[in-house]
Design a protein around this ligand. Structure first.
Ligand code: FES
Ligand code: FE2
Length: 384
């Protein structure tokens, strides 16, 4: 087992010139999965949802983060909190996974212990002669930080600040004026039979678009027109030129950055957030592990106008390319059990995959990642 961790480390540390595919076993091995759960999902800032998706008091988003059940709730006081979503009586999950509104209180589906929107225990039915100390039975809270409206949870007690880790990204996004995007939407939740890292690697590289998405994404955002923008192990941005310039009007409106409005940016905040920003919207997927060979993919986004996402053709387009991604990731997962042979060289378009590996290596093995890199094309997006 030690040998697997050693080869995981040495391959994950490599720079793009030397980078090769990781040992196949890291995509199904249980001890690797446990180590990633501990060092990444229980120690890092992990994306949950956006503030704009929880606009009303009582709105919540409940999800399973590598076994820890979490609910982010907007209280009646307007404050967002991340609480444990597990009943303090005998451990029943309280709110169903996904988005909803708690209306009055959180009521456990087992024996109806009742909590308020801040996790305080309010009521215990039929306690008999026994006294249940309400103060002692509140739902524990987790660290929650908002960055550009995106909400991240951290299970460690005193994490390093997220905004510090993400310093420098905003200057590449500024010309899209993302502060306009005040309406959130909830997309689909999918279960893929693939290790979470396969889904992430697939989501961040544009190398596969021309093959896997020949009739979908490639017609809008071709592989050949994609490029690296800037990044490191802490965050990375790639981008590309859109062939289909639906945004001709936007181009005309765009003032000082006409060129940038024909482009998209793909923003990767490891471990779990992959977002595409254009002038029209900021759409994302969230990748969460669900055992060594399964993951959960949840889509969502924010935009300027409410309801504009309900375009049937666009919904179909999204469903089509997501199905293509699911099929290819599940296919690769089957290859990961092969004992003979091993993965090959990564190409230039996969630099962002190298950033992800270096993120993993830094968290799992304390490796020192490569320096921040900015490409020539970054100037398209920068104001000054
Ligand atoms: S487990 Fe929740 S009330 Fe019993
Ligand atoms: Fe894809």
């Amino acid at each position: 087992m030690k040998a697997l961790f050693q080869s995981y480390q040495s391959l994950a540390e490599a720079s793009i010139a030397q980078a090769k595919a990781l040992p196949f076993a890291v995509y199904h091995d249980k001890s690797v999965y446990e180590e990633e759960t501990k060092q990444v999902f229980r120690s890092e800032w992990v994306f949950a949802c956006a503030e704009q998706q929880l606009s009303k008091p009582g709105d919540y988003f409940a999800f399973d983060m590598a076994g820890e059940l979490i609910a982010i709730i907007r209280g009646k006081d307007g404050t967002l909190r991340a609480l444990s979503n597990v009943c303090r009586h005998r451990g029943t999950p309280l709110l169903d996974d996904g988005f909803g509104n708690i209306e009055r209180n959180i009521v456990c589906p087992y024996h109806a212990w009742t909590y308020d929107d801040q996790g305080k225990l309010k009521g215990v039915p039929f306690p008999g002669d026994v006294v249940v100390d309400k103060e002692e039975h509140c739902l524990p809270g987790f660290q929650l930080e908002s960055w550009m409206g995106l909400l991240f949870v951290n299970l460690s007690d005193k994490p390093l600040s997220l905004s510090e880790r993400l310093r420098g990204i905003k200057e590449y996004l500024a010309f899209f004026q993302p502060e306009r995007f005040s309406n959130g939407y909830h997309g689909e939740t999918e279960h893929w039979q693939a290790n979470w890292k396969l889904a992430v690697e697939n989501g961040i590289e544009s190398y596969h678009l021309f093959k896997v998405h020949k009739d979908t994404l490639e017609t809008v955002t071709p592989s050949k027109q994609s490029f690296y923008v800037a990044g490191s192990s802490e965050w990375a941005i790639t981008g590309g030129r859109m062939v289909e310039t639906q945004s001709k009007l936007m181009k005309w409106l765009s003032g000082s950055h006409p060129e940038a409005y024909n482009h998209y940016l793909l923003i990767f905040l490891p471990p779990s957030f992959i977002g595409i920003m254009t002038y029209e919207s900021f759409d994302w997927i969230q990748v969460l592990p669900d055992g060594p060979e399964r993951c959960v993919i949840r889509s969502g986004g924010i935009m300027e106008y409410s309801g504009s996402y309900k375009d049937k053709a666009l919904e179909q387009f999204n469903a089509d390319f997501m199905a293509e991604d699911k099929a290819i990731c599940e296919r690769v997962q089957r290859g990961m059990h092969a004992q003979t042979g091993h993965g090959g060289k990564l190409v230039s378009m996969e630099k962002v995959v190298v950033d992800f590996r270096q993120f993993l290596a830094s968290r799992l093995f304390n490796s020192v990642p490569d320096d921040f890199f900015q490409s020539e094309q970054a100037h398209i997006f920068l104001t000054e």
